[in-house]
Design a protein. Structure first.
Length: 94
């Protein structure tokens, strides 16, 4: 389906797009009428969870939530690492 500047696959029975693209523009993928992936001039935007079976992700990744398996410094990690370290005024240390 297309009109010269926009095209894609449209579900007439459910009145929603499955995939949509614009001339000299991005592509948008939908799942159950909800936008999930969009290509832009800057890259790709994903809405929802992005999973890799056996591969990996590289490049600039933003908006991620650290997990126990990831190599991120979290507040819990820092709190545990400094547990037992004296606190207070350290101006008298020489």
């Amino acid at each position: 389906m297309g009109d010269g500047s926009t095209g894609g696959i449209y579900d007439d029975q459910n009145s929603d797009w499955i995939i949509q693209w614009g001339e000299n523009a991005g592509v948008t993928l939908y799942h159950n009428a909800v936008q999930k992936l969009e290509t832009t001039i800057l890259g790709v935007t994903v809405s929802g969870k992005l999973t890799s079976g056996t591969g990996s992700f590289s490049g600039l990744v933003s908006g991620i939530t650290p997990t126990a398996a990831a190599n991120f410094t979290t507040k819990a990690y820092v709190d545990a690492a400094v547990a037992g370290v004296p606190t207070g005024d350290i101006t008298g240390v020489t």
